[in-house]
Design a protein around this ligand. Structure first.
Ligand code: NAD
Length: 456
């Protein structure tokens, strides 16, 4: 039996009745699901994930159609989402509490780990399936049930994903989906009395609103919010590899990624070489429809997002930055109707201009020349965001210093900015609260209880 309603007459906006029924179904399912042996939950989720995998060729074009990304990027995303499910299936046997012997003569203590209940998972449109599975996998393995709310502009892949999981054997009510606008369906999920935790990925202002709303009812939250990740390129780095990582890190998914590289600080003595390489790569990228053969960068997701980024670029150039390439829509008349934007590079905009202080959520990269590592770290840390960061150097002492001193939840050294399921991921400062990925994610989907076993 399927748990997911996939036909919404006339629209994809679920009403209050459907929302309440979905949360209620999740609450009912929680009793049985949480009492299953954890290895059994792993088996069930593993089989369901395998069923989703059999339908990759259907999900990939669906994601491209609703999100805009290239077919290649949709394949990478959905494959990664399934990998994450399987990672936590593998970790199911590692979910443990703790034991403290001899607290007093004949007295011992142990620490139980219990699931929270119904988890609301609210995700944005840029990576609808991976951002969902980052929450779904640890939440379900830990014994919770989940109700997801995808972005209003990307409900299709999530609905089909949920339907496939149900067909693959996930029991009724364990995972449900409610669709609709954030201000309505999202808020209703956050404030629903049966929802015990909100796992949210999205913008910082909305994350702050959710944190405030969740305070009523003392609900748990995990917040994966905005970023403005700095990349530092030292004079002893492999400059060609660093330039490739900058281009890939900024223009992947048309720049619409939380951990995209959004600020580059390069040592003055090697700046010209790096800038030339990054600009050449930006100019070579083939922009086009996500489903057209050979496209390397698709359109932006919405006209509003494109206009906001264009204003940040023009504001930074007007303030004194130098536009090195891009700066507007491509000239190809075939692309006149979509929300396309050329890969854009701006040199040395003022440090208080929009590209320096705001999150730029599109294909536009500011590059600054800096004197040394001290200045680069100072600039890197001068943002309210602190999600990811990267440093390129062959000097171990510099790498260690950067890893110690950069304020961020992740530092990649001489590496492209790939997120691993094995390592905890989550921002500091205005980039969020809590961790996803890693065995640490279980801490955010469970409560512990200390039990003392007396001698009497
Ligand atoms: P957004 O905050 O506008 O929306 C995200 C989700 O929240 C959507 O499902 C939306 O419908 C819902 N929502 C909106 N208002 C709500 C409200 N008042 N109550 C409850 N739910 C509400 O985010 P966006 O602009 O669509 O996404 C881009 C942002 O997400 C960027 O800032 C990006 O950096 C961030 N992001 C962060 C991560 C991370 O892991 N840190 C990953 C991807 C994206």
């Amino acid at each position: 039996m399927t748990t997911v309603q996939t036909t919404y007459p006339g629209s994809f906006l679920a009403g209050a009745e459907h929302r309440n029924a979905t949360v209620q179904a999740a609450r009912t399912a929680f009793t049985t699901w949480s009492e299953l042996a954890v290895s059994r939950r792993g088996e069930i989720l593993g089989r369901a994930a395998h069923h989703v995998e059999q339908h990759l060729d259907e999900l990939i074009p669906l994601l491209t159609r609703e999100q805009g990304k290239t077919l290649r990027d949709s394949r990478i995303e959905i494959t990664k989402a399934i990998d994450t499910l399987m990672h936590y299936v593998g970790l199911s046997k590692a979910l443990r509490g703790a034991h403290a012997p001899n607290l007093d003569p004949g007295v011992e203590g142990y620490v139980l780990r219990r699931p929270l209940g119904v988890v609301g998972a609210i995700v944005p449109w840029n990576f609808p399936t991976t951002l969902l599975c980052n929450k779904l996998a640890p939440a379900l393995i830990a014994g919770n049930t989940v109700v997801a709310k995808p972005a209003a502009t990307t409900p299709l892949t999530t609905l089909r994903f949920a339907e496939l999981l149900a067909q693959g054997g996930l029991p009724e009510g364990v995972f449900g989906v409610v669709t609709g606008r954030g201000s309505e369906a999202g808020t209703a999920l956050v404030t629903h009395p049966q929802v015990r935790k909100i796992a949210f990925t999205g913008s910082t202002p909305v994350g702050e609103q959710i944190m405030a709303l969740a305070a009523r009812g003392t609900k748990r939250v995990t917040l994966e919010l905005g970023g403005s990740d700095p990349m530092i390129i030292c004079d002893d780095a492999d400059l060609s590899a660093a330039a490739s990582a900058a281009s890939m890190g900024r223009f992947y998914n048309c720049g619409q990624a939380c951990l995209a590289i959004k600020r580059v600080y390069v040592f003055e003595s090697v700046a010209d070489e790096v800038i030339e390489a990054v600009v050449a790569k930006a100019r070579r990228l083939k922009v086009g429809r996500g489903d057209a053969p050979g496209t390397q960068m698709g359109p932006m997701h919405t006209a509003g997002g494109r206009d906001e980024m264009a204003a940040q670029v023009s504001g930074s150039v007007d303030a004194g930055g130098e536009l090195l390439t891009g700066g507007g829509p491509p000239s190809d008349p075939e692309l006149a109707d979509g929300f396309f934007h050329e890969p854009t590079v701006v040199l040395d905009p003022p440090h208080d201009s929009p590209m320096a202080v705001e999150e730029v959520f599109g294909p536009a990269l500011p590059i600054w020349r800096v004197a040394d590592l001290d200045e680069a770290i100072f600039r890197a840390n001068s943002s309210p965001f602190a999600l990811g960061s990267s440093v390129w150097t062959r000097d171990l002492a510099r790498a260690r210093e950067a890893a110690q001193r950069i304020e961020a939840g992740y530092t990649w050294i001489n590496s492209r900015t790939k997120v691993y399921d094995e390592l905890p991921f989550g921002g500091w400062k205005s980039s969020g609260y809590g961790k996803e990925h890693g065995i640490e994610a279980f801490d955010f989907y469970t409560e512990t209880k200390s039990v003392v076993l007396g001698a009497g």
